[in-house]
Design a protein around this ligand. Structure first.
Ligand code: AMP
Ligand code: MG
Length: 414
């Protein structure tokens, strides 16, 4: 049995970003991809001085004297004129500042009649002018390798004219459910049957982590069937997630199969929920993809499989994509309710965290049973509860991983 830290280390040691591809940000979806290169601005932005407001470009040295309006300049125009002392040019936001002018007065601080401009106040030089390179300097680093591309990042790529950008390849994550009792959610119900929720939940979690999810279906509790499914993953995927079949039962076949086909790095973690979580690597035939298949044997209980995914698999999937920040935010929270720890293992309890009275406050999502998927509902945090026998009282502080947006103050279990 390994500790949580040890398990995370054993996984992280075996992970390097998968590879790089070039995308066209105009054509391909760049959302949530991870940048595989540093991106610099080439030219300064703006590349000429520009009006920051609609108004009049003038010479600040003219003070509050009336000016003669000699022309109008709009955005995109190239003014071939000069603002001489005593004159001004009507100018629109984003238009280049004509030669001679050194300030722009907002239109709402002026009055123009018969081409004579009255200004309501004097201006300092440079007032309301966007100077060259004010937003991005020439040659400035704008995006660093390892950055996840969201709205601002995609906007910046477009701004600096980087139509083609190098991003890390997205991992293909194959997901296999196991169990003779497990059936497709649209199948006919039978006594003792369990609808396969794990495969769908894990595929969604893999996609949320930026991966391409591949379903390998449901494998019966049979060595040959499960072996064939794992070999299928070896052909088609970077990562394999299995659900079920990793505990101590006579029909739990995943651990022996992973040991037969590859190397098991750990098969039990001092961790709740998800003690039997198993991690193995399987080498590929020399001809195929170079890096070994990363295989995670996740527990069958729905909560255990999703919490184990969150703690052990998700950071690995982000690292495989080169994410410079693969981990969830780690914060200190104040308990609003007493929490009962597990006696023997650190437990990651599902919690609702909100901002209350100047601190992060945590409430439980209710009964924490491994089969009670409802305990994940509304949870935006995993509370890291050290083992013990006495409850942690309200007011105590614990560490937590933030997994979703903060809840409204006072929000409790749905
Ligand atoms: P196992 O580890 O295979 O013994 O499974 C533990 C528990 O999780 C059993 O009650 C299973 O019925 C349940 N289980 C296994 N696989 C799934 C699945 N894909 N979806 C929902 N529950 C499952
Ligand atoms: Mg089973």
């Amino acid at each position: 049995m390994v500790s949580i830290d040890e398990a995370q280390r054993l996984i992280t040691e075996r992970i390097a970003p998968l590879g790089v591809e070039t995308i066209n940000i105009l054509r391909d979806g760049a959302d949530n991809r991870v940048l595989a290169e540093d991106v610099y601005g080439v030219e300064p932005l703006p590349n000429v001085p520009k009006a920051a407001v609609d108004g009049y470009a003038l010479r600040s040295a003219d003070g509050d004297a009336p000016r003669r309006v000699i022309a109008e300049v709009t955005a995109g125009a190239t003014p071939g004129l000069r603002v001489e002392p005593g004159t001004a040019v009507r100018i629109m936001t984003g238009a280049p500042i004509p030669e001679g002018a050194d300030a722009v007065i907002p239109v709402e601080h002026t009055d123009e009649r018969d081409s004579v401009l009255i200004v309501q106040h004097t201006l300092r030089a440079s007032e309301n002018i966007h100077t060259v390179g004010q937003d991005i300097a020439a040659g400035q680093l704008v995006l660093a390798r390892g950055t996840t591309l969201g709205a601002a990042e995609i906007g910046l790529l477009a701004t600096v004219g980087r139509v083609h950008a190098k991003v890390y390849r997205r991992p293909v994550v194959a997901v296999l459910a196991t169990g003779d009792e497990v059936y497709e959610p649209d199948g006919a119900i039978f006594p003792g049957g369990v609808r396969d929720s794990n495969r769908y939940a894990l595929m969604a979690a893999a996609r949320e982590a930026g991966c391409l999810a591949l379903s390998l279906g449901i494998a019966r509790d049979d060595m040959n069937v499960q072996r064939a499914a794992i070999l299928d993953a070896l052909d088609r995927a970077d990562v394999l997630l299995t659900s079920g079949g990793v505990s101590m039962g006579t029909r739990d076949l995943i651990k022996p199969l992973l040991a037969e086909l590859g190397t098991v790095h750990f098969g039990r973690i001092a961790f709740k929920p998800g003690k039997p979580t198993t991690f193995a690597t399987i080498e590929r035939p020399a001809s195929a993809r170079s890096s070994p298949l990363l295989a995670f044997g996740l527990p069958g209980y729905p909560v255990s499989s999703l919490v184990s995914f969150e703690v052990f698999v998700r950071p690995a999937l982000r690292r495989l994509q080169g994410d410079a920040r693969p981990d969830r935010p780690w914060v200190r929270v104040t308990l609003r309710e007493p929490i009962q720890p597990a006696p023997d293992r650190p437990e990651y309890q599902r919690a609702i965290v909100s901002w209350e009275d100047g601190r992060l406050a945590a409430r439980s999502t209710g009964r924490q049973g491994s089969s009670r998927l409802l305990s994940m509902l509304g949870a935006n945090a995993l509370l890291i509860v050290p083992p013990g026998t006495a409850p942690y009282a309200a007011g105590n502080e614990l560490d937590a991983l933030i997994t979703g947006p903060l809840a409204p103050p006072g929000m409790s279990a749905p």
